[in-house]
Structures are given as C-alpha cells and as structure tokens.
Design a protein. Structure first.
Length: 177
C-alpha cells in the first residue's frame, strides 16, 4: 500500500512527529511504501474560497498545493498528524484539509483510507473530544475509511511521550495495516 503521512507540527522533532515516526517504522516493516509531506515547512497557503478550481480543477494559488494534491490522489492511505492546539488540529494541518476543496469530488470518490495521530500535553479525559469529533466528521463527509486513531494524551514533549504507551500504539497501527 502507498501511504502518505502528512506531518504538520512546527516542531520537526516534537511529540506528534515522534508518533508519526513510529507509525512509519511499523508500516515499512509490513512492506508498505511511505511518503512524508511536511505541511509545516511546505509553501502552502490557506484556501481563498475563490472557487477558481470549481472543486475539480487547479487551484489559483501557485504553491505546493498541486504537489500535495498529486501525492494524496496517488496514495492508498493518508495519515493526518498534528499536535493538539486548543483542542483542534494545528493551522498547518487545517490548511491542508481546507485545500482538499480543489479536488473534493476526486478525493470523496476515492474512498481513501485514513488515520489520525495527535499529540497533546493534557491528559484530561475530554482532551481529545473535539479533535476526534472533527476527524470523524471529516471522514464521514469525505467518505474516508478510518484505519485507526492515536490520541496521545500526556505527550507534551518528547521525553513525556516516550514514557507513554503511545509510541508503541503508533508502531502497532503501522504494523497492522
């Protein structure tokens, strides 16, 4: 399977990317091809809502959006990776998701397999409620086929994350595909 991992953390060596690395390790060990798109370092601008694309064409913006679109459409699975920012995905991942607009029809009809990996500082039982609901709604709307979620609470920095079971869970999710 061709898997596209979309990392979005401004902290290249932070907790969410540590979890992504473990997922990637497991997926590769199971024989899958994995590509990483780093949304935090890409030249990617927010959707303007201009409808130039008509939901099925090129975007009016000249940035890494067309490269990302090709990578997504060529993939069998997409993994959305984010730190939790105020109970939602970070702006870098939200920009990626908003840019789905230019190929919504193609993406919706694909029935894309997806997974979500989130790292949060807090460990309250309600910490992941909103981001999980957002992802579930996105899956429902875009006809995505959820393959799993790693909702890493208590993962405020790399040492904290390493002391949790979430790196192992991420690895196991990658291995299970």
């Amino acid at each position: 399977m061709n898997i596209l991992v979309i990392e979005s953390s401004p902290h290249k060596h932070g907790s969410s990317n540590l979890l992504a690395d473990q997922f990637i390790k497991g997926a590769k060990e199971s024989g899958h091809q994995v590509t990483v798109f780093d949304a935090a370092r890409a030249d990617l601008h927010p959707c303007l809502g201009c409808d130039f694309c008509g939901m099925n064409g090129p975007c009016s913006q000249k940035d890494d959006g067309e490269k990302l679109k090709k990578q997504i459409l060529d993939a069998d699975m997409m993994v959305l990776v984010t730190p939790l920012y105020y109970f939602g995905v970070c702006a870098q991942l939200k920009t990626v998701i908003d840019r789905f607009y230019s190929f919504t029809g193609k993406l919706d009809s694909k029935g894309m397999k997806t997974a979500l990996i989130v790292a949060a500082w807090d460990s309250n039982e309600w910490t992941m409620t909103e981001v999980e609901s957002y992802y579930d709604t996105l899956c429902r709307y875009m006809n995505f086929k959820n393959q799993g979620k790693i909702l890493g609470t208590g993962c405020g920095n790399v040492p904290m994350t390493q002391r949790t079971g979430f790196p192992r869970q991420a690895y196991e999710l990658g291995r299970s595909l």
